[in-house]
Design a protein around this ligand. Sequence first.
Ligand code: 2BA
Length: 109
Amino acid sequence: MKMVIAIVQDKDVGRLLQSATREGLRATRLASSGGFLRSGNTTLLFGVEEERLEGLLATIRETCHQREEMLTQAHPIMGPVDAHVPFPIEVQVGGATVFVLDVEQFIKV
Ligand code: 2BA
């Protein structure tokens, strides 16, 4: 079994969950926010059998889109920023950031 952690934009979550649940996949939805933009996104946890992994990744690719976001000012996490940085900066976000982990045990009690 694999654990797929997918960080997706809020705008894409509905479509992704609709497709995934239609395919019989299970997911847990966590509210999250990006460390860089500090704006809301969604982290989805999918526990999937290995043979269903590629199907899930294809669904994520189909439903999560790349978008441009505006960063209007520096955040402290960015560290010292050159005074000449021309805010606002346009940043490309998404489709999705996906981590695939091996699951050692899956237990339901
Ligand atoms: P954020 O951290 O808010 O990042 C939003 C977008 O800003 C990123 O899009 C990327 O295009 C840009 N960005 C992030 N850090 C940057 C930096 N140090 N310098 C310049 N540009 C930077 P994505 O790469 O599509 O990431 C979307 C969201 O996925 C991220 O939101 C974060 O929540 C998550 N993420 C991405 N990579 C990650 C990682 N390696 N570990 C954990 N979370 C990650």
